[in-house]
Ligand binder design. Structure first.
Ligand code: TRP
Length: 343
């Protein structure tokens, strides 16, 4: 059997997940585990660039881990861990930083946007900008390179981070010889965009999301808020211009979808009934996931245990890669050196 290639998905904890996240990112990423040796991790220390409240940090990480587990991630089948449990990532971050051109990081989108905003507002260029934000791309490169990653599925907004990762790996290999594996990004197409209640892209910043794990009554209320026009049931309508249909089509059976399309086109479709049907279909689809999510969130020790087991698996992988890197840079050591001076 040939060795499977490595895929790696990193996610930053950032609030309650919605069905756009599920259909656009989580589900496609989980699909990769069928063909790749798949790694998934919580980029928890990346979140520290903006998150300062310990309770929020704790909760957001549990929420994120529970989400992936509830959506079907099988920790026995893949490697699932938390970034902060893998010290090798932070060692590699430093080594990479030592050959990262500062000018390259000056051009990284997130830093540059913050710096430009400062300049425009007449403030000092680095006003309020922390080094975590500045080094964010180097830490992300280490996340990727520590797993000998071949493929990284990401949204369009992360494309530059993959390019920087490749640049840093190429620079390292040019100095020290072939050591780090060059990853490729798998950039998700815009077609994967799921529309929200108002027909715009489903996004927290638009306030138009359907939460993944909301209780049924809240889910129903949210579905009822989908924006429609004032046409009567008997009027023909274009399903491809309709906000209910845009969400419904992802969850309905093909047979029912064909019937519903006919109703739209030929007249006979009432928005209210369509919303009720969408709620039923969504609720049936989501309720087993919601049950799993709720059970995990009610017992966060279970989540931490799963992550700790994943960290053991990941550290074996990370140890091999960091050893290769240490050898390449000429670091010598004797067995047990890390314990000298310890207990
Ligand atoms: N920066 C990514 C985001 O905001 C999260 C991330 C951190 C990541 N490290 C990664 C994604 C490594 C892929 C691989 O979405």
């Amino acid at each position: 059997m040939t060795q499977r290639k490595n895929s790696l998905t990193g996610v930053k904890p950032s609030g309650t997940p919605h069905i756009g996240n599920y259909l656009g990112a989580i589900q496609p990423a989980l699909e990769l585990s069928k063909t790749y040796k798949a790694h998934y991790f919580l980029a928890d220390y990346h979140a520290l660039t903006t998150m300062r409240d310990p309770a929020e940090f704790r909760h957001a990480n549990h929420e994120l881990a529970a989400t992936w587990l509830a959506c079907g991630l099988d920790p026995n089948d893949v490697v699932f861990y938390r970034q902060s449990d893998i010290p090798e990532i932070f060692e590699l971050t430093w080594i990479l930083a030592c050959n990262a051109p500062k000018g390259l990081l000056n051009r990284a989108h997130a830093y540059k946007a913050a710096a430009d905003a400062n300049t425009e507002a007449g403030r000092l260029v680095d006003d309020g900008i922390n080094m975590g934000l500045y080094n964010y791309p180097v830490l992300m490169a280490a996340d990727i390179l520590i797993a000998d990653t071949d493929l990284v599925p990401v949204g369009q907004d992360q494309k530059q981070h993959i390019e920087i990762t490749r640049d840093l790996a190429i620079a390292f290999n040019a100095i020290y010889g072939d050591t780090l594996v060059l990853p490729d990004g798998l950039i998700s197409e815009e077609v994967a965009t799921i529309t929200g209640l108002d027909g715009r892209k489903m996004s927290k910043s638009y306030g138009n999301v359907i939460p993944l794990f909301a209780p049924p009554n809240e889910l129903r209320k949210t579905v009822m808020r989908i924006v429609t026009d004032s046409r009567r049931p008997e009027d023909p309508k274009d399903p491809d211009q309709d906000n209910i249909y845009a969400i419904y089509k992802h969850f309905a059976t093909p047979e029912r979808l064909t019937e519903v399309r006919e109703l739209y086109l030929n007249g006979g479709l009432a928005y209210g009934k369509m919303k009720a049907e969408l709620f039923e279909v969504l609720d049936a689809y989501l309720s087993p996931m919601r049950a799993k999510y709720d059970a995990l969130m009610a017992d966060t020790v279970q989540i931490d245990t799963i992550l700790a087991e994943g960290a053991v698996k990941m550290r074996e992988i990370a140890a091999r890669v960091i050893d290769r890197v240490r050898m390449a840079i000429g670091k010598t050591t004797v067995a047990g050196a890390e314990k000298v001076g310890g207990k």
